[in-house]
Design a protein around this ligand. Structure first.
Ligand SMILES: NC(=O)c1ccc[n+]([C@@H]2O[C@H](COP(=O)([O-])OP(=O)(O)OC[C@H]3O[C@@H](n4cnc5c(N)ncnc54)[C@H](OP(=O)(O)O)[C@@H]3O)[C@@H](O)[C@H]2O)c1
Length: 128
């Protein structure tokens, strides 16, 4: 059975990828920051008869990745979809930059630029 790990699965593209891969019969590990409030994921999990595992991952937080890696230790991951992202800075222009938004957008992009580290961490339990 092919297994896919999808980050940012609480909504948007990540949630839709989760839905579609489950429909195609894949085993899906859906990662999101707050599983307790991810209603779409909870609904899919209730219907998934074991094909969906929801784990907590904030891609900017190494300890969060490590906790998920420990939980998933030994599970093979065939495909990673790094859907976690922030599309910040709408309507910004010189003279009215939102520096906080830019900073958080950049930190998520940096974290997602190392997708293999998340998959490797999950597979091996090593976050280094
Ligand atoms: N939609 C498009 O047509 C399109 C086109 C090109 C590129 N993109 C890019 O693709 C990415 C996803 O797009 P989208 O439309 O699905 O966006 P979205 O609806 O805003 O969803 C973003 C997802 O990323 C998660 N996320 C944000 N920061 C995170 C973090 N630090 N750790 C873990 N998860 C985090 C969010 O989780 P929470 O629910 O916890 O906030 C949410 O699940 C974005 O970077 C976007 O710029 C999208």
């Amino acid at each position: 059975m092919t297994t896919i790990l999808i980050t940012g699965a609480s909504r948007g593209l990540g949630l839709e990828f989760t839905r579609q891969y489950l429909t195609e019969g894949w085993t899906v590990i859906a990662a999101c920051r707050n599983p307790g409030t991810a209603r779409g994921l909870q609904e899919l999990e209730a219907k998934s008869t074991g094909a969906l595992t929801v784990v907590e991952i904030d891609v900017t937080d190494g300890e969060s990745v490590q906790r998920a890696a420990s939980r998933l230790q030994g599970r093979a991951i065939d495909v990673l979809v790094n859907g976690a992202g922030i599309y910040g800075g709408h309507g910004q222009k010189l003279g009215s930059l939102d520096y906080e938004s830019s900073r958080s957008t950049s930190s998520v992009r940096r974290a997602c630029a190392r997708p293999s580290s998340i998959a490797c961490s999950a597979a091996t339990g090593d976050s280094s």
